[in-house]
Design a protein around this ligand. Structure first.
Ligand code: NOJ
Length: 479
């Protein structure tokens, strides 16, 4: 009989959520507007024309949500703080809102009472709007880095007696490229003047990448200096990447796949964990990629994070050559050389279920070798095709999502057990159907069905599946 595969005792299972996608109540208890509040109130931003004003009403229904988490048997929960609930105008010169701090302290205490460990993301895309208006937010290095550090220190001081696990930023690549490249996300800047009145897609994303790296590094430095010893926690970042595989064995396509990884993941992970941008990027982008000053390099080197948070959704083939340098002058495709298409279709064009264990295993392995850090899968999830148009009874029988989780969790297990990759936790995206950014409510990623008219929550089969997996009721070996 093959040995039973198992994860370490201390392995954390949970769900991930984000403030703007679930909270609603955009101006409750002194909250200031975020760039997402402003962005979604412009015309033609979301597919269904809706905003996050209501979302899943979790600002009001948080006790119910925590009870749901408890019923799902999680050991941990990853959620984000809304910066503008805590500092309504965002800046280090402005007022801290005690009501915002009280709200999240109550939330964290309730998690702990239920035996659920909080993994706190400081920034999941909802920049205080005042910072965008007064100095163009992430574009302004001198201001944003100091303001982010001030906000981070405020949170370490306010919650650090209860929180051991911090994530500075969520998916900085998306913040830069969707917010300042295509302009689909807030604050909606781009060179496309039909969509956006301001922006420069060739330059701004790289500045925003650079400033986020610095904001992260200086926040880690602040944690190390003032809080680490007393609070005994750990701090990292959540980076997203597709896994890119060469289209074929041609050397230029093999090199292109590595370049695609550099442009999607290395551009953040290399500076954060190794202190410098990948050389392939400087070659292609030249002066558009800002340089780190010697002092910044020192801070980067000294502030290497404790863990690698990985948001992983899908896989693509890569060919050399392409019209845009954003992805490293490559062409991405889901169709392989033999005409076969990767995995099962999802509701969105940018991802398919590519759970074949090999790519994920390799990915986790390679990343551990390159960055030498323990990994938390901080997001992994699937929007089942057409789910929003299905009757409720059908939507909750989400077999495609169950298949997705089965594949990915099993691949993670292979990487952990067979390749010795140090994976310490897994957070499914996401607890509830919610506000999926520019898709509005049309794309459902939740393991819990939400009826947006009544806010009634109902577990889908995937929630029951993940519950059984994490409790060990389904033997992982049986996958
Ligand atoms: C990653 C983002 O962090 C999250 O906010 C988003 O909803 C999921 N991807 C799905 O698109």
């Amino acid at each position: 009989m093959p040995a039973i595969k198992s994860l370490p005792e201390s392995f954390q299972w949970g769900y991930a959520t984000a403030s703007y996608q679930i909270e609603g109540s955009p101006d409750a208890d002194g909250k200031g507007p975020s760039i997402w509040d402003t962005h979604t109130h412009k015309p033609n931003i979301t597919i269904d024309g809706l905003t996050g004003d209501t979302a899943t009403e979790s600002y009001k229904l948080w006790r119910e949500d925590i009870a749901l988490l408890k019923s799902y048997g999680v050991t941990a929960h990853r959620f984000s703080l809304s910066w503008s609930r805590i500092i309504p105008e965002g800046s280090r010169h402005s007022r801290v809102n005690q009501a915002g701090i009280d709200y999240y302290r109550n939330y964290i205490q309730e998690l702990l009472k239920n035996g659920i460990r909080p993994y706190v993301t400081l920034y999941h895309w909802d920049l205080p709007d005042a910072l965008d208006k007064s100095y163009e937010g992430w574009l302004n290095k001198e201001e944003i880095v100091q303001d982010f550090v001030y906000y981070a220190e405020t949170c370490f001081a306010a919650f650090g007696d209860l929180v051991r696990d911090w994530i500075t930023l969520n998916e900085p690549w998306c913040v830069a490229n969707l917010g300042y490249g295509t302009g689909v996300n807030a604050p909606g800047r781009s060179s496309d003047r039909k969509r956006c009145p301001t922006g420069d897609s060739k330059k701004e994303p790289w500045i925003v990448i650079h400033n986020q790296i610095l904001a992260h590094a200086y926040a880690v430095e602040a944690y190390n200096k003032t809080f680490r010893e007393a609070q005994g926690g750990q701090i990292g970042v959540s980076l997203d990447s597709f896994w890119f595989i060469p289209y074929d064995d041609e050397p230029e396509n093999v090199a292109a796949a590595q370049r695609a990884m550099d442009f999607r993941l290395g551009l953040l992970a290399d500076p954060i964990y190794k202190g410098a941008y990948p050389s392939s990027m400087k070659k292609i982008l030249g002066d558009r990629l800002p340089d780190f000053t010697p002092e910044e390099v020192e801070v980067l080197r000294a502030s290497s994070s404790d863990f690698f948070g990985l948001n992983t959704y899908t896989t693509m083939f890569v060919k050399d050559g392409g019209v845009s340098d954003v992805l490293g002058v490559v062409t991405n495709t889901f169709t392989g050389k033999d005409g076969g298409v990767i995995g099962r279709e999802s509701h969105v064009g940018w991802m398919r279920d590519s759970f074949a264990s090999l790519p994920t295993t390799l990915r986790l392995t390679a990343w551990t070798q390159r960055y030498q850090k323990p990994i938390f899968v901080t997001e992994n999830g699937f929007p089942a095709k057409g789910e929003n148009d299905k009757p409720f009874e059908e939507a909750i029988k989400d077999a495609d999502r169950v298949a997705y989780f089965r594949g990915y969790v099993n691949a993670m297990l292979d990487a952990s057990v067979e390749d010795g990759v140090d994976v310490r936790g897994y957070f499914a995206w996401t607890l509830l159907d919610n506000f999926e950014w520019a898709d509005g409510y049309t794309t459902r990623f939740g393991c819990t069905y939400v009826d947006f008219k009544t806010q009634k929550r109902t577990p889908k089969d995937s929630a029951i599946f993940l519950n059984d997996v994490s409790f060990g009721l389904i033997s992982l070996q049986a996958f």
